[in-house]
Ligand binder design. Structure first.
Ligand SMILES: Cc1cc2nc3c(=O)[nH]c(=O)nc-3n(C[C@H](O)[C@H](O)[C@H](O)COP(=O)(O)OP(=O)(O)OC[C@H]3O[C@@H](n4cnc5c(N)ncnc54)[C@H](O)[C@@H]3O)c2cc1C
Length: 392
């Protein structure tokens, strides 16, 4: 009864997609999660996730974004659920000496280069033009932007829920509030031991997000850090001005890493505030020791230092805040690979703060690796080996 073709441990962005894809193909698949996804204890909550067609992080992501966008559209038409809101997206940075964002180099220029190469509709705006089109934004004269009109935001909780629902419909099984304690893999298969039971399968996918480090050999752990991030929602003078048809997402890269700031369009059915985030990489933690308290100092910094000089129309009234985790590799690229200790075990989790938009296709790739032994897309850039023996 507890025998499966495939077990997926961790049903967040990557795991829900993998379970759906494997179940859809007719595999006997079991998904296990320590919480009840979609939940707010990992890396996939907060109502919206940016997605764009030009991936300045590198060309190796292009097959994943194109396929993910197809999958989201298919899921929308087969379920009638709205998973994507088109708002357009702006990436703003100074013309020279911008801080890095996910990769080394000028992220605006990298986005333009990829958009030109792949025929993605886009515009390049100078500071004057940014202000004219988006009067709520206050760029400096040195800023310019990559604007992608077809970009927008995904609804992460709904994407996860939809893929889990469809996995069950296709015959997949799910155990929630059940934690994997350990697994064993040998020539005959894998055994997953949880705090409630044990299960056998031919293959195992580990998509445990910020907890992945615990499942890797010691020599890889220093190459993967868990960085606490805070998501803030502030009250708007007029929330309608921030609805997706009126307001693009903004990725705003400053002169220093700590000046990074991003704002999101407000879905009509979301929290009654405007979502803002920054990124921090200096402090790392273990996922079980994450501080989930948001301090007054953090909130004041977000409002006064990062937001007030850039965006008009928000009040200093925090409606809600949530803590989330980036699982960051040393080069900020993904890991999608076999486990170094077993061919039967696959890993996809450290997605360095830019994984959600690609997760539908990462799940499909994981299902292919598990069920076919190889994948349609080239995953050589995402090998775990590059993170081995990094010194802390
Ligand atoms: C604040 C913030 C903003 C972001 N913005 C964007 C964005 O705009 N665009 C974008 O593309 N990406 C963005 N990202 C990144 C993206 O959200 C993540 O890369 C992605 O959601 C991670 O998915 P995951 O499946 O690896 O992890 P998760 O979704 O966290 O899933 C891991 C799952 O594993 C489970 N688990 C862990 N250990 C066990 C165990 N032992 N047994 C059973 N279950 C276990 C957990 O409960 C969890 O459900 C953002 C991330 C954050 C934190």
């Amino acid at each position: 009864m507890n025998q499966y073709d495939l077990i997926v441990v961790g049903l967040g962005a990557m795991g829900s997609a993998a379970l759906y894809q494997a179940s859809k193909r007719g595999a006997r698949a079991l998904g296990i999660d320590r919480f009840d996804p979609p939940h707010n204890m990992g890396s996939s909550h907060g109502d919206t996730r940016i997605t764009r067609q030009s991936i300045g992080e590198g060309e190796m992501y292009m097959p994943f974004i194109r396929r993910s966008n197809e999958i989201w559209r298919d899921l929308e038409s087969s379920t009638g659920r709205e998973l994507f809101l088109k708002s357009g997206g702006l990436i703003i940075a100074p013309e020279s000496d911008a801080a890095s964002f996910h990769v080394q180099g000028d992220f605006v220029a990298l986005s333009i280069e990829i958009a030109e190469k792949y025929g993605i509709p886009h515009e390049v705006l100078d500071a004057q033009e940014i202000k004219r089109r988006f009067p709520m934004l206050m760029p400096r004269p040195v800023d310019r932007a990559y604007f992608e009109p077809g970009a927008g935001v995904l609804r992460p909780e709904r994407c996860i829920q939809t893929q889990l629902d469809l996995a069950i419909e296709a015959g997949g099984a799910i155990r929630t509030n059940e934690r994997m304690i350990r697994y064993e893999a040998d020539a005959r298969g894998v055994t997953v031991v949880t705090d409630r039971s044990s299960y056998q399968a031919d293959k195992l996918i580990l998509s445990t997000g910020a907890w992945i480090g615990d499942l890797l050999p010691e020599s890889y752990r220093a190459g993967i850090r868990v960085c606490r991030q805070v998501i803030y929602w502030f009250e708007a003078d007029n929330l309608e001005a921030f609805y997706p048809e009126n307001c693009p997402f903004v990725i705003w890269i400053g002169d220093r890493l700590e000046d990074f700031w991003s704002t999101f369009p407000a879905p009509r059915d979301g929290l009654r505030g405007v979502k803002l985030v920054t990124e921090q990489y200096h402090a790392s933690t273990h996922a079980d020791e994450l501080s989930r308290q948001v301090t007054l100092q953090e909130t004041a910094d977000m409002y006064h230092r990062l937001t007030a000089p850039r965006l008009k129309g928000l009040r200093e009234n925090l409606i809600h805040a949530d803590v989330c985790m980036y699982t960051v590799t040393a080069d900020e690229h993904f890991v999608i690979d076999r486990h170094p200790e077993s061919e039967r075990v696959l890993i996809a989790s450290p997605c360095s703060g830019h994984g959600f938009k690609h997760s539908a296709a990462v799940g499909e790739t994981l299902a292919q690796l598990a069920l076919d032994g190889g994948s349609e897309f080239d995953i050589s850039a995402f090998e775990l080996e590059r993170l081995g023996n990094i010194q802390e």
